[in-house]
Ligand binder design. Structure first.
Ligand SMILES: [Zn+2]
Length: 95
């Protein structure tokens, strides 16, 4: 995917309670991008905030689908998400 400009991605936490010892990661969700020379964000999917409010699922770069919850940023970022972001030349927030 060529976005030709800066890309906004947002890492958020996977909040599912699976079997209790499932490893937890912050996954990166691509919410949209801002084309060069523009301030406007072009959305590409469900936003994280929307998901928290409405309970709609968002999709991480690694393909994981889940309904976002609270407490972002406490877990390491999912390595698969990082790999996908880096392969596309996207900037990873907080790195
Ligand atoms: Zn991931």
């Amino acid at each position: 995917m060529e976005t030709d400009g800066s890309t906004l991605i947002q890492p958020i936490v996977e909040n599912q309670l699976d079997d209790g010892n499932h490893e937890r990661f912050s996954h990166i969700v691509l919410e949209g991008f801002t084309p060069k020379g523009s301030e406007e964000l072009i959305p590409v999917g469900n936003s994280v905030v929307e998901g928290m409010i409405n309970g709609t699922a968002v999709k991480a770069l690694c393909g994981k689908l889940w309904v976002p919850g609270r407490d972002p940023g406490k877990y390491p970022i999912c390595p698969t998400c990082i790999e996908v972001a880096e392969s596309k030349g996207w900037k990873i927030p907080g790195r």
